[in-house]
Write a protein that binds this ligand. Structure first.
Ligand code: KG4
Ligand code: ZN
Length: 335
């Protein structure tokens, strides 16, 4: 079964063709980062307008790269939430129009669930349960994946997301937006032990907190304005990675995970990728650190999730809308 996936929840306009829920025939992403950079963050109205301008071309590219036309598409999936309302509506409306015109089923996909399903794109036979660390500009969560429709949120941030912390620290160090890649690059030249930043909530359950860490960096910069920026970046990054990996280790232990999975934009971080790979070796669990194009926002994960939701639950109604605050469907969290 060939599924066309469409993703427009934030600032990437993406479309992909995936066969049978795992075989990626094309995966096209048009990033709007440059449009938002001068504002230091995503501007929702600019994002919606850009999605509108880009979406048809991106879908045409996805079909073209897969070497097919609409006639070969069996179903269309689009992110219906969570995300920016106006941005989501563009993808959902495009998908419904295609479903109607081509007389194929439409399925609305939960963006967070789709990040979890990226594991099956990398390995269709991945061993369960998975302990997934999902870290991006918008979310920071630890999720237990028991099967492809059964999840438990084990922990999440109580304030800033991990990527948000990278972006805010980059802003206060005057490094530009988005901050993660710059901090990562600079950190490679710095000393991660130069400043001992706090490891917030380390050893204290599976929730995260990053806003205090950002403030600690601010105080350090004020106290010592001549600090080497690379040392600050490396020390901050070390604190974030320590906390993320400690909690992933605890989560994996709690559910006796077979596989550790990293997802979300912060999964691009080189220190984090290394640390998760090492954790796998240390604990005898498999560490799945998918290629970047499957970690960051993409439509292949939407198509893959759409395929499984369609098989299990059937199509979504065409009057179903975009749901900006859609939550991940989960089992209650263990106490
Ligand atoms: O998943 P994503 O592309 O978009 C969403 O937020 O959904 O994630 C973007 C976030 C930004 O906060 C960015 O600074 C962060 O991921 N990021 C990184 C790196 N590359 C991107 N953070 C740390 N290190 C990186 N190399
Ligand atoms: Zn995302």
């Amino acid at each position: 079964m060939i599924v066309l996936g469409i993703e427009t929840s934030c600032d990437e306009t993406a479309a992909a063709i995936v066969a049978d829920g795992w075989d990626v025939r094309s995966n096209v992403v048009s990033s709007q980062v440059d449009l938002h950079a001068r504002f230091g963050g995503v501007v929702p109205e600019i994002a919606s307008r850009a999605h509108l301008e880009l979406v048809n071309g991106v879908i045409a590219d996805a079909l073209g790269l897969a070497g097919i036309t609409f006639a070969r598409v069996d179903a269309v999936a689009a992110t219906c939430g969570p995300g920016l309302a106006g941005a989501l509506l563009v993808g959902v409306s495009a998908a419904k129009a295609i479903a109607l015109a081509c007389r194929i089923p439409y399925v609305g996909v939960n963006h967070l669930e789709a990040h979890l399903h990226a594991a099956w794109l990398q390995d269709p036979a991945v061993e369960l349960p998975l302990a997934v660390l999902l870290v991006s500009g918008g979310h920071t969560m630890l999720v237990a994946v028991h099967d492809d429709a059964d999840y438990t949120v084990l922990g999440q941030t109580v304030d800033d997301a991990a990527g948000e912390a990278f972006d805010k620290v980059a802003r206060l160090l005057d490094l530009g937006y988005p901050g993660g890649p710059v901090v990562d690059r600079l950190a490679a030249q710095g000393d991660p032990t130069a400043v001992r930043f706090p490891r917030p909530m380390r050893g204290d359950g599976l929730d995260f907190s990053f806003s205090g860490l950002k403030t600690a960096v601010l105080h350090e910069v004020r106290r010592n304005p001549d600090h080497d920026v690379a040392d600050l970046a490396a020390s901050f990054q070390a604190a974030v990675v320590d906390v993320l990996v400690d909690k992933l280790a605890a989560a994996a232990e709690a559910i006796d995970a077979r596989t550790l999975v990293l997802g979300g934009g912060v999964a691009a971080n080189s220190a984090l990728r290394r640390a998760v790979t090492d954790l796998g070796v240390e604990t005898g669990r498999r560490a799945l650190v998918p290629p970047l194009e499957l970690c960051t926002d993409n439509a292949a994960m939407i198509a893959a999730t759409g395929f499984r939701r369609l098989r299990r639950d059937g199509p979504s109604p065409l009057d179903g809308g975009a749901i900006p605050a859609l939550a991940l469907p989960t089992r209650p969290r263990p106490t």
